[in-house]
Design a protein around this ligand. Structure first.
Ligand SMILES: C[S@@+](CC[C@H](N)C(=O)[O-])C[C@H]1O[C@@H](n2cnc3c(N)ncnc32)[C@H](O)[C@@H]1O
Length: 411
């Protein structure tokens, strides 16, 4: 997105036009465009306003009604932290008595808005000019917050006594600048060296300013979690069952040293699971005969954090195999950060035997879940060729090193 398609919307006639638009509806966009042009608005302004209107409609999933007062870029929206999670980031800085946060790569300003919303001072920069203009507009309600177009590397960092109440926030870009594909989107990057600022740079910032936090991909490898004297926390965060990030926290921003998982669901209190919760967990099952009457599936943040042991501990059971995230037990326990199923049947994976079992019972409408085995659920569905009317949920997984299938129903 270029500056020409955003600048006219920052205040004045352009902003008024954008604010006057009805909720975006693709089926009426063309008619609306014609009406606005007929009313005398410049075609470029109409096109810019409609693009924002479209982005706002998408942004409602992350920002709810706040989206109606914000500007976006497509990449900025995709990479922005959702409201509830950004509020959690901000709360860490507040608890650590930080008063000023330098947001080094602020994007469209979602985290920065959460910082400012808790009355923290904000100094934000973004290397992309359009994005910095958008962020400045999104932070307009907090006149103390400053947004500049610039590189993180050129920011003068707090030092000495100033670091007691100043912190750094980094949410490195996971998309390349400039290199757009045919759909106009920039390319995704996956390695920690390719994110910008890079992981090495992030760690250098953290050694210069104790109160540093960084948002990284949920695929962040466990062996890269800063340990030893760094005493950092790697916090995997899920929202409604989807793992959104692994945030690394240093210094006074650490809640619990080591790997932790934060499970967030609308309408429920957030839960944090720590390594201490998983310590001394029963070992994974040594044999499929030990599968109990109930199957528990840990929240994905817990699995990513490598803390499924905490679930085994809580329900007095064992993980089906190392890292699969499924725990079986005879115990009936309510765990807010896990799904619970009743085990209807359990058998080694064998397409012929499973098909016969399903056919005998008229089961054909299959939900197939899988974790920990190299089986393709859609291929399995074709292989099973069952046509019965009754529904069943199959869990394809691994037990004691072997592919296994469980037929389950939600408890
Ligand atoms: C993932 S986004 C930040 C999203 C932001 N936390 C939010 O919630 O809206 C990362 C941003 O970092 C910016 N960026 C990348 N490298 C940078 C650098 N060296 N200096 C400043 N900004 C940079 C990108 O332009 C991008 O807008």
């Amino acid at each position: 997105m270029d500056l020409a398609s955003v600048a006219p919307l920052v205040g004045g006639e352009g902003w008024d036009l954008l604010q006057s638009l009805p909720l975006y509806d693709a089926s009426t966009e063309l008619a609306l465009q014609t009406r606005l042009r007929d009313a005398g608005y410049a075609p470029e302004l109409v096109s810019a306003a409609l693009t924002q209107s479209r982005l706002r409609a998408r942004a409602r999933a992350k920002f709810g009604s706040f989206a109606a007062g914000m500007l976006f870029t497509p990449d900025g929206l995709e990479q922005a932290t959702r409201l509830e999670v950004a509020a959690r980031h901000a709360a860490r800085f507040l608890r650590a008595e930080i008063r000023l946060v330098h947001d080094l790569g602020c994007g469209i300003g979602a985290d920065a808005m959460a910082f400012a919303g808790l009355d923290l001072g904000v100094r934000a920069v973004d290397v992309d000019e359009v994005t910095s203009v958008v962020a400045a507009m999104n932070l307009r309600h907090w006149p103390e917050a400053q947004v500049a177009h610039g590189r993180a590397q050129d920011v003068t960092l707090p030092c000495g006594e100033a670091t007691r109440h100043a912190g750094l926030w980094l949410d490195p870009a996971r998309r390349t600048r400039g290199a757009a594909d045919i759909s106009g989107r920039s390319r995704r990057v996956f390695s920690l060296d390719q994110i910008s600022p890079s992981w090495d740079e992030v760690q250098r910032y953290a050694s210069a300013v104790p109160a540093t936090g960084a948002k990284l991909s949920p695929a962040f490898p466990h062996h890269r979690v800063p340990g030893g004297s760094a005493g950092a926390e790697a916090n995997w965060v899920s929202w409604q069952g989807e793992v959104l990030e692994c945030a690394i926290w240093w210094g006074p921003l650490v809640g619990t040293v080591g790997r932790t998982a934060l499970v967030m669901r609308a309408g429920s209190a957030a839960v944090t699971v720590t390594e201490a919760d998983a310590a001394g967990a029963p070992p994974p099952l040594s044999d499929a005969a030990r599968i109990g009457t109930h199957l528990y599936e840990a929240d994905r943040a817990v699995i990513r954090a490598g803390l499924t042991g905490a679930l085994a501990h809580t329900v007095g059971g064992g993980e089906l195999d190392v890292g699969v995230g499924y725990v079986s037990s005879d115990q009936l326990t309510d765990v807010p950060w896990a799904h619970r199923y009743a085990v209807v049947e359990s058998m080694p994976w064998n397409a012929k035997a499973v098909r016969a079992w399903l056919r005998e019972r008229g089961l054909g409408r299959l939900t197939i879940k899988k974790r920990g085995v190299a089986l393709d659920p859609e291929l399995v569905r074709t292989q099973l060729k069952v046509t019965g009317d009754e529904a069943a949920t199959l869990v394809l997984t691994r037990v004691a090193g072997r592919p296994h299938v469980l037929v389950v129903r939600l408890d």
